[in-house]
Ligand binder design. Structure first.
Ligand code: ATP
Length: 251
């Protein structure tokens, strides 16, 4: 009975990371990290430059060697292949090179759709993306390279979404955006949170992560230093955790 209950709890985890470390050659950049993301939840990873946030996402997208393990939707592997993960509904919106400048908006979206789960037609999927990001509407034939920084970021997130993922991972999507665009993006993430999509959001923007996420983890030097409900982390504590001042006990 107990194991049945445990299995049921596990099956509600879209992502479960178990004592994972990630490496660049011999160098370890993420150490012994464990956390989980329930289905439909939004979880944020905060931390200073060089903390290991991008490394964590690259490892979870199957791009780096790891020790430990992680599972998506209950499928546990030591190492997952990026293409298999995409087909199973795991999408990563990277911080750089997230759109193809030489392609139109529509071709950018179609290319991303074709690598995903294809659980609906391209037209339907594109309609949903344009509903979320009005700034891209009526511009399908424009080159992505001609878009503003903010519009490009919307397109980058749109590319992640149009692959129709079950788990969407985003690497600092608010980086370089004006406060107005940060707000628009956070509003879109809040809408997505209500849609049942599972989100893992890496951010340096404290208030964006706090608004968009249910739960937060603070990473520094590749290690999780704090975990808890988003409303339980205040900016001052986050600052102390970022810099590694004393009194940064892990909660
Ligand atoms: P930022 O917010 O600046 O993007 P981050 O938290 O995403 O930082 P990472 O980019 O994951 O941090 O870097 C974590 C550590 O791994 C850093 O010490 C960094 O120098 C190192 N690192 C990152 N990329 C490589 C690489 N390709 N080869 C070797 N070391 C790397």
């Amino acid at each position: 009975m107990e194991s049945l209950v445990r299995e049921q709890i596990k099956s509600h985890e879209a992502l479960a990371v178990d004592r994972m470390s990630a490496y660049y050659g011999q160098a370890v950049a993420v150490r012994d990290v464990s956390f989980s993301v329930p289905v439909g939840a939004s979880v944020g990873i905060l931390g200073p430059n060089g903390a290991g946030k991008t490394t964590l996402l690259l490892a979870l997208a199957g791009h780096l060697p790891i020790t430990g393990s992680y599972s998506f939707n209950g499928v546990k592997r030591r190492q997952h292949r990026p293409s298999t993960l995409r087909r199973r509904g795991v999408a990563l919106v990277p911080q750089t090179h997230a759109v193809i400048a030489e392609m139109t908006i529509e071709r950018n979206l179609r290319a991303a759709w074709s690598t995903g789960t294809k659980d609906t037609s391209f037209a339907n999927a594109m309609g949903e993306v344009l509903e979320l990001f009005p700034a891209l509407r009526g511009r399908a034939a424009e080159l992505a390279g001609n878009l503003s920084g903010g519009q490009r970021q919307m397109l980058a997130v749109g590319r992640g979404l149009i692959s129709r993922p079950r788990v969407l991972m985003l690497d600092e999507p608010t980086a370089g955006l004006s406060p107005k665009l940060v707000n628009e993006l956070v509003e879109a993430l809040i809408t997505l949170r209500g849609s049942g999509l599972t989100v893992l959001l890496v951010e340096q923007n404290f208030s964006a992560a706090q608004r968009a996420c249910d739960r937060l983890h603070v990473l520094r030097d590749g290690t999780i230093r704090w975990s808890g409900a988003a409303e339980d982390l205040d900016r001052q504590t986050a600052g102390v955790l970022y810099t590694g001042e004393p009194n940064n006990e892990r909660k």
